[in-house]
Design a protein around this ligand. Structure first.
Ligand code: NAD
Length: 360
């Protein structure tokens, strides 16, 4: 099959880790006889240096025309960089908001997977970590409390702040459909998380998710209150396959879930819209402190490329081959600095990319 991929290396370690992910994609194309074409686009500080803003309209249009976008990370040293002496709407991170909005991405997916070899980094009790876990959190990205009306006023000398939480049934339905579709590619279980005992928005959420579930009789659906979910994530994470939730709950729960996996250099993510076009990026930032030293862990970006294959191109077997190669390299004892432990073999960014590529 033929696909066109927009690469946005960005700043800091971005170019190094995207180079390794592209190497992996090239190997997939070669092995499975696909044709992947690429174009490299500027976003972040590197775009400010050339165009005076983080993401130009023209670059956004080119990203829209691709089949998928693979992003490294953007931004510099916030306290000490020329990119932060300009107005906030032009700073590196503004490009992230602009591209997510421009590509109409409303669903964010973050997997939390515990690698057998990295169990020592998991902060959970040994008997819980021993059971392992493999879940994805699907978070609604463009609605809810963060996008409602915000105001602070003074009434009779007393300050009062109000934030409005709204969801309509269309917003809920489209993300619920995504969650059920993704569950079908996994273990066919969705746990929808809400606060339906208190919030109207959650009661509507639950009603619409139940309606969507009727179209997916092969997928098991259950509901969980958000406070219970926060507890279950540290008590029994093995029970989760796909967690579907609204914006603010997802913001908090996805950070909690990623924390229990232990290493930031391993965490991939995807943002999807109504069609197949998606934006894939590691969950970490541009790590300017280690940029250009060949020490960054490229695995989060390589696993993001695997998500790209699965969710934008429907190449499930190819995605699984990339994930298996990552597992194999870890099982063989190769580690970058951030995940290094005793008895393992320390490798750099480029070597880690080569090792994974060679095992596909
Ligand atoms: P960060 O994630 O870049 O770094 C936090 C720590 O983790 C650093 O010590 C870094 O060296 C380490 N680290 C991160 N990724 C790593 C990897 N792949 N391998 C090994 N170590 C890794 O977060 P920060 O320092 O708060 O932010 C740095 C810059 O990144 C800022 O400009 C920030 O705005 C930006 N940022 C961008 C994104 C994005 O592009 N999506 C996300 C978060 C932060």
């Amino acid at each position: 099959m033929k696909f066109h991929i927009a690469l946005i290396p960005g700043d800091g370690i971005g170019p190094e880790i995207v180079t390794e992910a592209k190497k992996v994609l090239d190997r997939v194309a070669e092995k499975y006889e696909h044709v992947f074409t690429y174009e490299s686009l500027l976003m972040g500080g590197c775009s400010i240096d050339v165009y005076g803003e983080s993401l130009t309209d023209e670059t956004l249009e080119r990203a829209k025309k691709s089949d998928a976008v693979l992003l490294g990370a953007v931004g510099g040293n916030v306290g000490n960089s020329r990119w932060y002496d300009i107005e906030p709407s032009k700073r590196p991170e503004a490009g992230l908001l602009k591209i997510r909005k421009g590509l109409e991405l409303f669903a964010n997916i973050r997997p939390a997977y515990l690698y057998e070899e990295l169990k020592a980094a998991c902060p959970l009790k040994e008997e819980i970590a021993d059971q392992g876990f493999d879940m994805v959190i699907m978070r609604e990205l463009t609605g809810g409390l963060y996008f409602g009306t915000h105001k602070t006023e003074e009434i009779d000398g007393v300050s009062k702040a109000t934030d409005v939480l709204t969801y309509d049934e269309k917003e809920i339905r489209r993300i619920a459909v995504k969650a059920f579709e993704i569950a079908r590619k996994r273990r066919s279980s969705v746990i929808s998380v809400d606060k339906a005992n208190v919030l109207d928005a959650s009661r509507l959420w639950r009603k619409v998710v139940n309606e969507v579930a009727a179209d997916y009789p092969d997928v098991t659906l259950s509901h969980m209150l958000v406070d219970n979910c926060a507890m279950q994530l540290v008590k029994d994470p093995a029970q989760f396959d796909v967690i579907l939730t609204e914006n603010m709950f997802g913001d908090i729960l996805s950070d909690e879930a990623s924390m229990v996996t232990g290493s930031i250099g391993m965490l991939s993510s995807a943002s999807l819209g109504a069609g197949k076009l998606g934006l894939y990026e590691p969950s970490h930032g541009s790590a300017p402190d280690i940029a250009g030293q060949n020490v960054a862990n490229p695995i989060a970006t390589i696993l993001s490329a695997a998500m790209l294959l699965r969710y934008s191109f429907d190449l499930d077997e190819e995605a699984a081959a990339v994930e298996a190669a990552v597992k194999q390299v870890l099982a063989e004892g190769y580690r970058t600095t951030d995940i290094m432990s005793e008895g393992c073999q320390l490798v750099g960014t480029k070597e880690m990319g080569d090792l994974i590529t060679a095992r596909i």
